[in-house]
Design a protein around this ligand. Structure first.
Ligand SMILES: [Zn+2]
Length: 259
């Protein structure tokens, strides 16, 4: 009898241990959708012969590799130079039931006299804001995806998701990702600047019914940042930082929700 009890106990224990999901566990169930901004006829920001659409695609490919090596399933909204219409990017994330949606962009400033002053990495989550800088950056990124959309539709689209339950989660994810990118980048480039985790009304994030963020990896109008951004080392640090941020966010959420 004691022998049987010990077998049952060992079986129960091994089931408990293998069924246990701790930090880093069971990531193969988690799908991450990653989105390289712009593409095709929409080059995004341009400076000194460099295009935002090319930079963000390079970083997104590195991000895919890093996420896969951590065990995640990954889907890229675009893997080459093509344009996606408004809504297509987040619709993919919703249709595929992604855990997290991450859009990658690069920043730019219009005023030439400020080219060498504006720099830094920022992570955004969707929220209306009175902050003029966030509004300016969102307006630039929104311009291409909003072509052909009338003003009333724009307001209906954005109002339908603002104040939704995912804003708090997106804010948490943005904080984790921004913090980890800066840690990785600053180890190699101590003067790298952080613009923080910030709210902004980006249309690319509208409709995403899951934690969704947009990373502005730096200003391509700033000479120092542009040169760094187009190196493999800098891109790798950004990709690794995003992955560590996602790991931290999902591990914390698992502990909170118990799933
Ligand atoms: Zn962009």
């Amino acid at each position: 009898m004691n022998y049987m009890k010990s077998i049952v106990f060992s079986l129960a224990l091994s089931l408990f241990l293998t069924g246990c999901i701790g930090p880093g566990g069971n990531r193969s169930n988690d799908l991450i959708v990653i989105d390289a901004g712009h593409g095709g006829h929409d080059s995004g920001a341009l400076c000194a012969g460099k295009q935002e659409k090319d930079l963000v695609l390079q970083i997104t490919h590195k991000l895919k590799k890093e996420l896969k090596s951590e065990g995640y399933r990954v889907y890229m909204t675009r893997g080459d130079d093509r344009f996606l219409k408004l809504g297509e990017r987040t619709r993919i994330a919703d249709k595929m039931d992604a855990k997290v949606f991450i859009s990658i962009h690069a920043n730019a400033i219009a005023n030439k006299s400020r080219f060498e002053l504006a720099e830094g990495i920022e992570t955004y989550f969707l929220q209306k804001t009175r902050d003029a800088r966030s509004q300016r950056i969102a307006a630039r990124e929104n311009a291409s995806v909003l072509q052909g959309t009338d003003a009333l539709s724009k307001n209906v689209i954005i109002d339908s998701v603002l104040n939704g339950p995912k804003i708090v989660e997106s804010n948490k994810l943005a904080i984790d990702v921004q913090k980890n990118i800066m840690q990785k980048v600053k180890r190699g480039y101590p003067d790298a600047k952080s613009g923080g985790a910030r709210p902004a009304p980006f249309y690319v994030l509208v409709g995403a019914s899951r934690p969704s963020i947009l990373v502005e990896v730096g200003y391509i109008t700033n000479t120092k940042e542009r040169q760094r951004l187009f190196t493999s080392d800098y891109q790798e640090r950004i990709a690794e930082g995003i992955v560590e941020g996602v790991n931290h966010y999902l591990d914390t959420r698992r502990k909170e929700t118990g799933i």
